[in-house]
Design a protein around this ligand. Structure first.
Ligand code: GLU
Length: 298
């Protein structure tokens, strides 16, 4: 039987590629406050699959900054770089079902293919992968792999949707029932050439493994959810509820960015900012976020 705590599990899942800024603090506080009000659990997950960009000092910085904000989280903290085998197993399931294919394209190959067609489909993240390697036959794939050609693995979205056979939707706390339109992202990468997984695959696997019931994250990840619900269905994982919050903007109406050091929590702390006052300010912004929003344009 579910205890009350396990009925509401949420998480904050930063990537340690820089110091946290106010936008991260906003997201973490929102998730944490919600877990508290629901009597639920709050997890912290370190999304460090990109071992070239992620650094231990930034992991330490995440712990330091969140503790300064007065947050508490469960331990041990899951670090994705320690769980590549879990993502490989999920990829293997998709491969076995014929829903993933190796992609040998370089960035240049993809750009050249897209340039050939005036009507190449574009999604929110730019041009959609034009499917160059989708049509390779088993022998060609086997030969290239045997030759050691570097390759990523992509989701065969058309095959995946045919396999599922029914439209997909998710429950969004702000926008209600949302019909998934994963075609906007197309054949996303499931495992990169340099990393045996991808953001999409590892986040879906981890949310399920960690029993996350409510995903509270910024609307910059809205489009990703369209693919995540597909992966959840293909892998037989539970469907969490979603809450995509609006992004906190600076006084110029711009999103906070890791490259802008002046808004990092580290610098605010060094400058004598009172964490309680910052927390109150950020949570007051969150109250505004609960107003119904118009999804047009997302
Ligand atoms: N690691 C992602 C990021 O830092 C967030 C992932 C998520 O919340 O699903 O943007």
């Amino acid at each position: 039987m579910l205890t009350k705590t396990d009925a509401f599990v949420t998480r904050f899942a930063p990537s340690p590629t820089g110091r946290l800024h106010k936008g991260h603090a906003f997201s973490a506080l929102l998730a944490n406050a919600r877990a508290r009000s629901e009597g639920g659990r709050f997890l912290l997950r370190i999304e460090d699959i990109d071992t070239t960009r992620c650094r231990d000092e930034f992991v330490a910085g995440i712990f330091e900054d969140l503790a300064w904000l007065g947050l508490e989280w469960e331990t041990p903290v899951r670090r994705q770089s320690e769980h590549f085998a879990d993502y490989q197993a999920a990829l293997e399931t998709l491969r076995t079902e014929g829903l993933a294919y190796p992609c040998f394209c370089t960035r240049k190959d993809i750009e050249a293919e897209i340039a050939k067609s005036a009507s190449a489909p574009h999604g929110p993240d730019g041009p959609i992968y034009p499917g160059i390697c989708r049509g390779l036959n088993t022998a060609e794939r086997g030969r290239k792999i045997a030759e050691g050609t570097p390759h990523a693995w992509r989701l065969d979205l058309a095959a995946a949707l045919a396999h599922i056979g029914a439209p997909l939707a998710w429950q969004d706390e702000i926008r209600g029932t949302v019909q998934a339109t994963p075609e906007e992202l197309g054949d996303v990468v499931l495992a990169r050439k340099d990393t045996p997984t991808s953001y999409h695959l590892s986040v879906v696997v981890d949310d399920a493994l960690q029993g996350v019931t409510h995903i509270i994250r910024g609307e910059d990840l809205w489009h990703a959810t369209h693919i995540h619900v597909v992966l959840q269905r293909l892998l037989g994982l539970p469907k969490p509820a979603y809450h995509h919050h609006g992004l906190l903007l600076d006084e110029n109406g711009q999103r906070f960015a890791k490259r802008n050091r002046s808004v990092t929590l580290e610098i605010l702390r060094a400058g004598g900012t009172d964490p309680q006052a910052l927390k109150r300010h950020l949570l007051s912004q969150a109250a505004i976020q609960h107003l119904p929003r118009n999804p047009a344009g997302l």
